[in-house]
Design a protein around this ligand. Structure first.
Ligand code: MG
Length: 290
């Protein structure tokens, strides 16, 4: 199910709500999952990548795409800014159900409203059914426009989840223990496409990166995608069908950089990034690819 096309006039309205200055001619739109992807790797590596992102604000649009809620993104930012992570331009959170300014973390109503409309009435219908499914435990998150659970894989019966989908939702399991109940057709991929369209961003400039099943929808868009080496096995199984997804040998943030080079964006890695002395880690490890 695809979202209705957005009016072209949305761009100025959206840009006005973003705190970070918008590049006049973006050369790359880097869309990174957080846990297991941008946040994976020893602190010196992350620091190196974060420093580069900070220096490239006028060339690179950075978008987080995460299963976290906005509160959790804010808490993570307070920690990672100590390593130099700049606020991204935009955040897609709640597995695609929220879009916000990357600095203020204020949701962008123009992009959230169509998702909200699809969510109306669903929690009331679904919560009583979900309470009766064995092996589910509510996640302690403010889940906007979705319901989030932890699952007990030994007790959960996938048929119970499939039966829920007739009510207009998608049930998405990732990391073998997280269940998200999302409005049908809404995911990280559909929301990213809506965002690119509303901002008039060229698909050829986009590189996405992720490690778990909730990133599959981004890879299925056909945009350039980087599956980092530590990706979960259930995601890796889809690789043969993903025509524009590159399987990196590097884990987490090292995989992102490897993917940028693979897709022809290596020229954006500046001398400071390339000439940084190697951080102290095992230089023979599979992630030593910078
Ligand atoms: Mg992840």
């Amino acid at each position: 199910m695809t979202l209705p096309p957005l009016p072209p006039s949305l761009r100025p309205q959206l840009l006005k709500q973003l705190v970070a200055p918008w590049p006049s001619q973006p050369e790359l739109v880097l869309v990174t999952d957080l846990d297991g992807t941008l946040l994976a790797g020893p602190p010196p590596w992350r620091q190196r990548l974060y420093g580069w992102l900070g220096r490239q604000r006028q060339r690179v649009v950075h978008v987080f795409s995460t299963g976290r809620d906005l509160g959790s993104v804010g808490r993570m930012m307070r920690l990672e800014t100590q390593l130099g992570l700049p606020h991204p331009h935009l955040v897609i959170s709640d597995v695609g159900c929220t879009v916000a300014c990357g600095h203020s973390l204020r949701p962008l109503p123009e992009l959230v409203a169509p998702i909200d409309a699809r969510w109306q009435g669903l929690p009331e219908r679904l919560l009583p059914l979900l309470r009766r499914i064995p092996g589910l435990e509510s996640q302690p998150v403010t889940a906007d426009r979705r319901l989030a659970y932890l699952i007990d894989p030994a007790r959960i019966d996938p048929r119970h989840l499939r039966a829920l989908e007739v009510h207009g939702v998608d049930c998405l399991i990732s990391g073998e223990r997280y269940l998200d109940v999302l409005p049908a057709g809404i995911n990280k991929g559909s929301t990213l496409l809506a965002l690119l369209q509303s901002l008039g961003l060229d698909h050829g400039l986009v590189v996405t990166a992720g490690d778990s099943l909730n990133d599959l929808a981004m890879f299925e868009t056909g945009l350039a995608g980087v599956m980092v080496a530590n990706a979960e096995a259930d995601l890796r199984r889809h690789l043969p069908q993903l025509r524009r997804t590159f399987a990196a040998r590097g884990e987490g943030c090292a995989g992102i950089v490897e993917g940028l080079r693979h897709f022809g964006f290596g020229h954006l890695l500046d001398a400071r990034f390339l000439n940084d002395p190697w951080p102290a880690f095992n230089p023979d490890g599979p992630t030593a690819l910078w």
